[in-house]
Design a protein around this ligand. Structure first.
Ligand code: BES
Ligand code: ZN
Ligand code: ZN
Length: 496
């Protein structure tokens, strides 16, 4: 998709179709040329309501406001309605930016265009796709806000990068476990590095054994696919901060010997969403060439059953020497993350560590399908995550740790148990389990993001399609940009 920004009036631009955002339900705005027709069609300008006037080559879409969180899904819905319509190869859209946060809205608009045009057609014999190749954006009305085309161009470019990275992550997550297993995830990371300035290191089972990552290896033991740990690095000169990202990459989670019920196993190809988000974020950070050092770690493992499977009753020793009583092999993500987090901390002394995981069904029960749970010991760091979510249009909410829940993961025979002794508060107890594998010096620099809800939803919601959403990608790009800005202001190495 090519984006072109122009200060020309929207009316003078040639294209197959004009997209018009309607924020005025009375349909009186100067951009609305078809009030009567729209009324006849019953269009009332509700959020995400679309009305395509075919003869006029105009497509109207309602939005509650021009703020990013309303504009992004509205534009995405408009673009989604054009999928499969081959006549439309170019569109034009005006920014109508009449409030101060205009670059954020412009970026959201571009994100909406790219995210809404996404299709996953790998397994379809008939591939129905978006035909839009060219997008003309008119900055009509922009000058009043003294925003240069250069600033606008940057917003467009950043929007393209973050949405393309989100779509990249969606593709990985949507790929079946037959086609995407640990080695393939490693190949994807290597290809990413080849086509960018990223460095890539892959640890295979032999190296993982040497690194004493026995809990990670135990989870993957019954699989025919060997486990991998991926380490991608973006290392500019004079970085303003060092950030580590760690992702759960369960290419399939059958539950292991504590086998999932049939209905719950479906969609578990999406248990690699955290790791896939890390790959997407690394792609974007490298393309944006942000002045921060970022390390992406992914624990890529398949949790299966078989004679060699790890078992409830086993006691495993993690990389940091802590012993773990296994009482449920379906609580495998925390085991893979335990070793991957230890490895990440051994390799890099970072200012921030963020981990991403489809870790618990409890998080989905607690906050619903669309929202990520954010946990950690430091309010400033968890606030960075919720800030990133807010500006990027993702949903994330904090879940507070407490000492009473922490007691529920105690073990009588080992240092810690991989499940809690209570049915309640499962997202938090899983987060507290992970905390056992964060060194003291990193405790206040870490946040855990449980994306079990939003990573994969089997219906369209907002700017997201059926299936993988790419949860975590946009919010993290935004939070890293924020770290860059605050380092600029403070001139300190990091903000903690
Ligand atoms: N991958 C699942 C969590 C999950 C559930 C992700 C639903 C996405 C949607 C995780 O490995 C798991 O099975 N967790 C168990 C933990 C339990 C055994 C303590 C769960 O949530 O049921
Ligand atoms: Zn599981
Ligand atoms: Zn899992």
């Amino acid at each position: 998709m090519n984006f072109n920004i122009t200060t020309d009036n929207i009316a003078g631009i040639k294209s197959d179709l004009e997209i018009i955002i309607v924020i005025d339900k009375a349909l009186k705005h100067r951009f609305i040329a078809d009030k009567k027709l729209l009324e006849k069609a019953g269009f009332s300008g509700e959020q995400d309501e679309v009305c395509h006037l075919i003869g006029k080559n105009r497509l109207y879409v309602g939005a509650e406001s021009l703020k990013g969180d309303k504009l992004r899904p509205a534009v995405a819905t408009a673009l989604r309605s054009l999928i499969g319509k081959k006549a439309y190869k170019s569109i034009k859209i005006a920014t109508y930016l009449s409030h101060p946060r205009c670059t954020a809205s412009l970026r959201a608009m571009v994100e909406g265009i790219v995210l809404g045009s996404y299709t996953f057609t790998t397994y379809k014999s008939k591939r129905v796709k978006s035909s839009i190749k060219n997008v003309e954006i008119s900055l009509e009305g922009y000058n009043e806000h003294e925003i240069t085309t250069e600033v606008a161009a940057r917003a467009v470019r950043n929007g393209e990068i973050s949405a393309n990275a989100t779509n990249f992550t969606r593709d990985i997550v949507n790929t079946t476990p037959e086609d995407c297993y640990p080695k393939i995830m490693a190949n994807i990371a290597e290809d990413l590095a080849k086509n960018s300035n990223l460095k890539c290191k892959i640890l295979k089972p032999k190296e993982l054994k040497k690194e004493k990552m026995k809990t990670l290896l135990a989870v993957g033991r019954a699989s025919r696919h060997g486990s991998r740990v991926i380490h991608l690095t973006h290392k500019p000169k004079n970085p303003k901060a060092i950030i580590s990202l760690v992702g759960k990459g369960l290419t399939y989670d059958s539950g292991g010997l504590s086998l999932k019920p049939a209905d719950y196993m479906v969609t578990m190809k999406a248990d690699k969403s955290g790791g896939s988000a890390v790959l997407g974020i690394m792609k974007a950070i490298s393309e944006m060439n942000l002045p921060v050092e970022v390390h992406g770690f992914v624990g890529a493992v398949e949790n299966m059953i078989g004679g060699d499977a790890y078992k409830p009753d086993d006691v495993l020793k993690a990389k940091n020497g802590k012993t773990i009583e296994i009482r449920n092999t379906d609580a495998e993500g925390r085991l893979v993350l335990a070793d991957t987090l230890c490895y990440a901390q051994q390799e890099v002394k970072s200012d921030y560590i963020f981990d991403f995981a489809t870790l618990t069904g409890a998080c989905v029960v607690g906050v619903g399908h669309y929202t990520a749970g954010v946990m950690g010991h430091n309010d400033e760091v968890t606030s960075l995550v919720t800030y990133g979510a807010e500006v990027s249009g993702e949903l994330a909410t904090k879940l507070d740790f407490n000492p009473y829940l922490k007691k529920t993961i105690k073990s009588e025979i080992a240092d810690v148990c991989n499940i809690s002794n209570t049915r309640y508060g499962g997202a938090i107890t899983a987060g507290q389990f992970l905390s056992e594998f964060i060194d003291d010096e990193h405790k206040n620099r870490w946040a855990h993001i449980d994306i079990a809800g939003p990573a994969f939803v089997e219906h369209i919601w907002g700017e997201n399609p059926h299936g993988a959403s790419g949860a975590g990608v946009r919010m993290t790009i935004r939070l890293i940009e924020k770290i860059v800005r605050s380092e600029d202001k403070n001139g300190n190495k990091h903000i903690l």
